[in-house]
Design a binder for this molecule. Structure first.
Ligand code: UT7
Length: 323
């Protein structure tokens, strides 16, 4: 019998500190109205000094584990997606495993920038379908505020901190229907963050250690690419647009999200939007949005949900699931 990956539990964590557009306007040349009109963002969360990608991951993961009514030791695969790990090694996934007291899982990180959660879901789906894992934990966790240049108005307005989690188990019922992941490394220059300690020492990049983005160019590629992945996903499942109940998109910019919803002929009432008060939390964003809509009762068991993301690399991907 086919084994599907079924979402058994979800979790999320947002740090306490709220940083508003008004606060950012006090230090860089921007305004609340510009930021809100061009991005849909009003405020974002900022991690406290003692918090790390692993500490936030633990809170989100424990919520997902509890929602799934599962024992941490039952988990046999832990994948963490993060672009802001505290350590080069060990991986954040191993730090999380230790925090959860789990001894039975393989644990590793993946780096696919804002598409990390979709990449992780795709990997977990292959492990579960092949019978190599029975219960898997996915976490996207980011402290973007520590790699943002707070003097650069083109990027500091966009990003926020947070963690989202999914506990996934093998099931005879669908489940993840399909996942689609892609990359094109040619776009390195449009969006990157070079590691200040490891980058080649002859580098002259003044922006080293910070997010560097040519926003308008990223925007255009993102809209076109996400349009194509929607077609690819529907076609792979022989599904019509009308059969999708919810769109849970990566939360980068409301105008990108609206373009994808329009492509799907979906009303914005069927789109989960969290970026107004969270900004772009990179690999955590889709998982945080999914968790919010499950917990507030919008996404119900049996409904068809399209998840999609786009990020540095470029990387992009989608997952169609029956919740
Ligand atoms: O998650 C990973 C993927 N990332 C994304 O998907 C982000 C995609 N990009 C975006 O969301 C948008 O491109 C931004 C929100 C970053 C920028 O919006 P835009 O409409 O593309 O603006 P722009 O870069 O074309 O800039 C238009 C103008 C420029 O001024 P001039 O040259 O027309 O005088 C900018 O200097 O807006 C100016 N500008 C700002 N003005 C006030 C840029 N940032 C700001 C700002 N406040 N924060």
């Amino acid at each position: 019998m086919t084994s599907y990956s079924k979402i058994l539990g979800t979790g999320g964590y947002l740090p306490e500190e709220i940083r508003t557009n008004e606060q950012i306007s006090e230090t860089v040349d921007t305004s609340d109205s510009w930021i809100f009109e061009r991005t849909g963002i009003k405020s974002r969360r900022i991690a406290a000094p003692h918090e790390t990608a692993a500490s936030m991951a633990e809170i989100a993961a424990r919520q997902a584990i509890e929602a799934a009514n599962c024992d941490p030791d039952e988990i046999d695969l832990i994948i963490v997606a993060t672009g802001t790990p505290e350590y080069v090694y060990p991986s954040t996934a191993c730090l999380l495993q230790q925090r959860l007291g789990n001894k039975n899982a393989a644990a590793f990180d993946i780096q696919a920038a804002c598409s990390g959660s979709i990449y992780a879901l795709s990997i977990v789906d292959q492990f579960i379908k092949s019978g190599s894992a029975k219960k898997a934990l996915i976490v996207g966790t980011e402290i973007c505020s520590r790699i943002v240049d707070w003097t650069d108005r083109g990027t500091c307005i966009l990003f926020g901190d947070g963690a989202g989690a999914l506990l996934i188990g093998a099931s005879n019922e669908a489940g993840v229907l399909s996942t689609h992941i892609h990359a094109d490394g040619e776009f390195e220059e449009l969006l990157y963050c070079r590691n200040s300690q490891i980058a080649s020492i002859d580098s002259q990049d003044e922006e080293i250690g910070f997010i560097n983005m040519r926003g308008n160019e990223v925007f255009k590629v993102a809209v076109n690419t996400l349009g194509r992945i929607v077609d690819e996903t529907l076609e792979a499942n022989k599904m019509a647009k009308e059969e999708i109940d919810w769109l849970v998109p990566h939360q980068a910019n409301i105008r990108i999200i609206m373009a994808t919803a329009k492509k799907l002929k979906m009303s914005m009432d069927q789109v989960v939007v969290t970026l107004e008060n969270q900004g772009n939390t990179s690999s955590a964003s889709v998982l945080l949005a999914f968790n919010e809509a499950v917990r507030d009762g919008r996404i119900k068991r049996g409904q068809v949900v399209l998840l999609e993301a786009f990020g540095a690399g470029f990387t992009w991907g989608s997952a169609l699931i029956k919740y």
